[in-house]
Design a protein around this ligand. Sequence first.
Ligand code: GRF
Length: 201
Amino acid sequence: CRVLVLISGNGSNLQAIIDDCDDHLEAEIVGVVSNKPDAYGLIRAHQSEIDTSCVIVRKDEARSDYDARLKLAIDKYQPDLIVLAGFMRILSDEFVQGFEGRMINIHPSLLPKYTGLNTHQRAIDAKDTEHGASVHFVTPELDSGPIILQAKVPVYDEDTADTLADKVHQQEHAIYPMVVKWFSQNRLQMKDGKAFLDGKA
Ligand code: GRF
């Protein structure tokens, strides 16, 4: 399975997937594409000898134009799976539809709670006792595609957004590589707006 990872920043999830792919042969990361030239994840990719591209947004560029350039950069790698790993740009409906059932994202909350940003602080403000991360198929509506796998962490009174982010990150690094592996083993599908693992919703 040819895996393409999209990033904007640190790329710790990218690293977890790189490390896991080293341990099994089903998935190969064929490229990493970033919208930010200084994303640390690009360095991680270079260290693992993975090809990288950068597609930087131009001044006053329409979203559809940017997404068309991004698609060109991605298509070059002929990926089977697109993995959004901290890619901090909203993608147009058309772009998303072009990769339907072949694009996944990880979001730092127990979706459907807290789509969008600042999820850790929002969980604290709401006095939630548990929080976590969700891997889902990407559909046009932001952070709302069918959920594939979630991991929970407890929220304690002394937690801050930073301590919670650390705990959630650790869980992300466990679940995201697992989902990539399932997909690459052909065990995962999106059908009629639902995620199926081994044929079960
Ligand atoms: C993660 O928390 C992920 O849930 C969110 O962006 C963050 C990316 O972190 N989508 P990293 O770049 O993988 O370290």
